[in-house]
Ligand binder design. Structure first.
Ligand SMILES: [Zn+2]
Length: 510
């Protein structure tokens, strides 16, 4: 039996008040998390973990109580017929609400608490294991996390491969059936690029300058540059943390962090530009979505597309350095004389390496494909946890042509598994593919984009990103968003054209 359409507005308002409370709770938890990584005294860790767990548990129980379920059922039944009562954005917010309530219902609170306890211990074990390059020290925790993830996949349900249930958490709608052929083609073409590069010398031997500079100098230069790009410091801030990240408490309160390295101001700068890319996304979300479940990125991959757009497509272009070098020289006078062309060559070398986060734009995806294959095999039950190091080393030899000296430089290098985040890695490569597709669409709409970059004028670029991508928040799923912005389906073509162009310039064949 359906309720009269006039109830739709009332149901929406009811859902809105629930979403506001839940999102205030999760924003408060996020602020505690930000503080943990920036200013919290070390002895507070245990107390902080409990405070965050309590806020998250409260939010979870509100999202799964009778009122939430009733509203979710109502929207699932009625939304199509009463759309005229709600704006398009409100209709989409209501859909996100229903989807999130369904998702939360699939995982009992007891499971969420157990997983977070296992994760806290696993992180400590992983840190020690990595420091000692000893997989054995992480083995028990990792086995527990793999079992939890298998259990989670069963709880959430899936069609086809069990890995689909986990990928969907980070990339709604994405499946192994889509990823397998996509990653296969990407792998083949990446190996072809590596084959081409092998034996050729780069056009220039320019390297990223190492120069001693204070944290303050690096931070000021980086901050000035991301402010010029368009990050709004009246609605955000930047602090120092061990691992750079971006967290958003509201569209008017977006926190970035970065780290400084004594001799590498460019690394600090690129790190902050990456986080500012995430931050611009958060600041650009439509204010209507504030305090709703839709105030977030469309997916991890789309979020990553925004950080990588700025870090790679813009900041690794020659034009960018016409704008950025004078700023670096102003704040770090001891920075050696470099030309924009030298910076371009220095930042676009291609060379297989062991560590994912230090990889170049081309070989990076091979690191992701290695992790993707291992995670899929673990979830399919065709690989045991004990076999991970050997499998890892075989894949690194096969794809990157390198020997792994120890597990710290191999399967223990990433934090993700210790967080139980199986299914996350594909988002990084998807982010690269989305970013390249958005680049093509932007260049079509604004062919003189890189003249703007050269002059340090970023407003038009930011506006395009905001209107086409940021504005929508989570109201569109990633594949819908990509089609809407580019008129095409997700594919590797644009990314490959983009990297081939760079590779041919950095490694001329004659
Ligand atoms: Zn990122």
């Amino acid at each position: 039996m359906s309720e009269p359409a006039s109830n739709c507005r009332r149901a929406y308002d009811d859902a809105l008040s629930l979403m506001r409370t839940v999102s205030d709770l999760t924003s408060a938890a996020a602020l505690l998390g930000w503080d943990q990584e920036t200013y919290m005294p070390p002895l507070a860790a245990q107390a902080r973990a409990e405070q965050i767990a309590t806020l998250n548990a409260l939010a979870h129980s509100m999202m799964t109580d009778e009122r939430a379920v009733r509203l979710a059922e109502y929207f699932e039944r009625e939304l199509h017929s009463s759309a005229e009562e709600l704006t398009i954005l409100e209709t989409r917010i209501a859909r996100v609400f229903a989807r999130d309530v369904r998702r939360a219902l699939k995982v009992p609170e007891e499971f969420v608490r157990r997983k977070s306890q296992v994760v806290v211990l696993a992180q400590e074990a992983w840190k020690e294991a990595r420091a000692r390059a000893s997989f054995a020290k992480f083995y028990n925790d990792l086995r527990a996390l793999v079992e939890l993830s298998l259990h989670e996949a069963e709880l959430r349900g899936y069609q086809g491969h069990p890995y689909n249930a986990l990928v969907d958490l980070y990339e709604p709608g994405m499946t192994v059936e889509t990823l397998d052929p996509l990653f296969d083609r990407l792998e083949q073409e990446t190996l072809r690029i590596l084959d081409y590069v092998k034996g050729l010398s780069p056009a220039s031997n320019a390297a990223v300058p190492r120069v001693s500079s204070t944290g303050q100098e690096q931070l000021l230069a980086a901050r000035t540059i991301v402010e010029a790009i368009g990050f709004n410091f009246s609605a955000g801030r930047v602090d120092i943390s061990a691992h750079p990240f971006c967290t958003s408490l509201a569209t008017s309160d977006v926190r970035l962090t970065t780290r400084t390295a004594d001799d590498n101001p460019i690394s600090c700068l690129l790190g902050l530009i990456h986080e500012a890319g995430h931050g611009l996304y958060e600041q650009g979300i439509d204010p209507t979505l504030e305090r709703t479940f839709a105030r977030d990125g469309a997916s991890m991959g789309i979020h990553e597309s925004q950080s990588l757009f700025w870090e790679n497509i813009i900041a690794r272009s020659e034009e960018f350095w016409e704008f950025a070098l004078p700023i670096i020289e102003r704040f770090i006078p001891q920075f050696p004389t470099m030309t924009p062309t030298m910076m371009f060559y220095a930042l676009n070398r291609v060379e297989p390496s062991l560590i994912r986060i230090e990889a170049d734009e081309v070989t990076y995806n091979l690191h992701i494909i290695i992790r993707y294959r291992i995670e899929k095999e673990l979830m399919a039950g065709t690989l045991n946890v004990a076999e991970i190091p050997e499998r890892w080393n075989v894949l690194v030899r096969e794809l990157l042509g390198l020997d792994v000296p120890d597990d710290a430089n191999g399967c223990l290098q990433d934090i993700h598994w210790s967080l139980g985040a199986f299914g996350y890695f594909p988002s990084y490569t998807l982010g690269k593919l989305y970013a390249a597709m958005f680049r093509s669409a932007l260049l079509k709409a604004m062919p003189d984009t890189f003249d703007h970059v050269r002059r340090g004028e970023f407003a038009a670029i930011c506006q395009w990103l905001k209107e086409n991508i940021h504005h929508w928040g989570r109201t569109l799923c990633p594949l819908e968003l990509v089609e809407q912005v580019t008129g095409r389906s997700l594919a590797e073509k644009d990314f490959l054209e983009y990297v081939w162009e760079k590779v041919m310039r950095v490694y001329p064949s004659s």
